[in-house]
Design a protein around this ligand. Structure first.
Ligand code: NAD
Length: 351
C-alpha cells in the first residue's frame, strides 16, 4: 500500500532539506506518493499569500504532511506561517523528542527527553493590542491602573479543555512508549489563573493514569536550571505554548543543537512533521545544513503511519552515520553537504 503524504518544501534551506529527506524516506522501502504543496516566502511572490488554501486542503485531504522550515515574512498579515498552519488545522500538540546520539558534540550523555508543547493557545493566540489602541485603553482601564498608560498588550488565553487534551496526549504518549513520568511545567505561582488552570487540568488527567505513570509539577524557572544540571531526572515534559517553545530549544541544546532536533504537530486526525529549527536563510542554496532534524521528523512520521520497522531502521542508519562522523555536516564537525549526508544515510539503509 502507498501512503499519500503532503510534502511542503518551505523556503530558505527548506527545499534542499525536504528533497534529501523525501529521498531518504523512499530508501526505507515504504511507498509514499509525495504531493508537493507550497508555503513560505517563495510562493508568496507568485500567489500573493505565503499560505495558499490549496496547501491547507492538501494536508486536510492526506492527513499527514512533512514540512520544511518556513521564514516568517514581515508585513503580510501573517505573524508566522508555521503558527497559522497549526492554528488552521488545530494541531494542538507539538511533540519534540530530544535524544543524544553517539558522535554528536554535546556536554551531556544519555539524554532522552520528550517535550510536549501546547500549540494553539497562550501568548501565541495572536490577541495583541498596539499602544493607545481603543482595546489597549479599555484593558488599561479594566486593570485599575495596574498597567502603565500607553502600554502594548498581549493576551494570554489558557483553557481547561485546551490544557486537558495536551496533557492527555503527553500521558498517552508516555503509556505507548513505556515512559515512567510526566512533568507539567508552568509559572503558576505568578499566573495563578492561566497557568493555575493548566496545572488543574493536568492533575485531573494525571488521576486517570494513577499507579501507571508518575505525575509531578515544576515551575519553569526552576525547570530550566534542573534540566541543565540534572536532565536525567526528567522524562516526558508537558507545557503551555510559550514555555514549551523556549524549553524545546534548551533541550535541543542539551543534545547538540538544532541540526538534530526533530518535531511533529498533532491534531485530532492530522499530523504535520517538521524540524525544530527554522529556515536558516543565510545558508539557502548552499547544500550546507544538517538534514538530520528533518530526517528524524521523518522517523516520527513513519512511526505515525504504523511503519515501525522502517522507522527503527531509519533511525539506526542516521545514528550510524553520525557515530562514524565521516559524512556529516559542519555542525557535527564534518565537511559533508546536506545531500552527501543524505546519501550516506541511504547507503547505510541499503547495507
Ligand atoms: P534558524 O533555526 O533558522 O537558524 C538559527 C541558526 O541555527 C542558523 O543560523 C544555523 O547556525 C543553525 N541551524 C538551524 N538549522 C540548522 C541545520 N539544519 N543544520 C545546521 N545548523 C542549523 O533560526 P532563525 O535564524 O531564528 O530563524 C530563521 C527563520 O526561520 C525566521 O523567519 C523564523 O521565523 C523561521 N522559523 C521557522 C520555523 C519553522 O518553520 N517551524 C521554526 C523556527 C524559526
Amino acid at each position: 500500500m502507498a501512503y499519500n503524504v503532503t510534502l511542503i518544501p518551505g523556503d530558505g534551506t527548506g527545499p534542499d532539506l525536504a528533497e534529501v529527506t523525501a529521498r531518504v524516506i523512499d530508501a526505507t522501502g515504504v511507498k509514499i506518493n509525495w504531493e508537493i504543496a507550497h508555503a513560505g516566502v517563495d510562493i508568496m511572490e507568485k500567489e500573493g499569500t505565503p499560505l495558499p488554501e490549496s496547501t491547507l486542503n492538501s494536508i486536510r485531504k492526506n492527513k499527514v504532511a512533512l514540512k520544511g522550515p518556513i521564514t516568517t515574512p514581515i508585513g503580510t498579515g501573517f505573524r508566522s506561517v508555521n503558527v497559522a498552519i497549526r492554528k488552521e488545522l488545530d494541531l494542538y500538540t507539538c511533540l519534540r523528542p530530544c535524544k543524544t546520539y553517539k558522535g554528536v558534540r554535546s556536554k551531556y550523555e544519555n539524554i532522552d527527553l520528550v517535550v510536549v508543547r501546547e500549540n494553539t493557545e497562550d501568548l501565541y493566540a495572536g490577541v495583541e493590542f498596539a499602544p493607545d489602541s481603543d482595546e489597549a485603553k479599555k484593558i488599561i482601564e479594566l486593570s485599575k491602573n495596574k498597567i502603565v498608560p500607553h502600554s502594548a498588550i498581549s493576551i494570554k488565553p489558557i483553557s481547561r479543555e485546551g490544557s486537558r487534551r495536551l496533557v492527555k496526549f503527553a500521558f498517552d504518549y508516555a503509556a505507548k512508549h513505556n515512559r515512567k513520568k510526566v512533568t507539567a511545567v508552568t509559572k503558576a505561582n505568578i499566573m495563578k489563573f492561566t497557568d493555575g488552570l493548566f496545572f488543574e487540568a493536568a492533575r485531573e488527567v494525571a488521576k486517570e493514569y494513577e499507579g501507571k505513570i508518575e505525575y509531578e509539577e515544576r515551575l519553569i524557572d526552576n525547570m530550566c536550571m534542573q534540566l541543565v544540571q540534572k536532565p536525567n531526572l526528567y522524562d516526558v515534559i508537558a507545557l503551555p505554548n510559550l514555555y514549551g517553545d523556549i524549553l524545546s530549544d534548551l533541550c535541543a541544546g542539551l543534545i547538540g543543537g538544532l541540526g538534530i532536533a526533530p518535531g511533529a504537530n498533532f491534531g485530532k486526525d492530522i499530523a504535520v512533521f517538521e524540524a525544530v529549527h527554522g529556515s536558516a536563510p543565510k545558508y539557502k542554496g548552499m547544500n550546507k545544513v544538517n538534514p538530520t532534524a528533518l530526517i528524524l521528523s521523518g522517523v516520527l512520521m513513519l512511526e505515525h503511519l504504523g511503519e515501525i520497522e522502517a522507522s527503527k531502521k531509519l533511525e539506526k542508519a542516521v545514528a550510524a552515520v553520525i557515530a562514524e562522523g565521516k559524512e556529516v555536516t559542519y555542525d557535527l564537525g564534518g565537511t559533508a553537504g546536506t545531500k552527501e549526508m543524505g546519501q550516506a544515510i541511504i547507503a547505510k539503509l541499503k547495507s
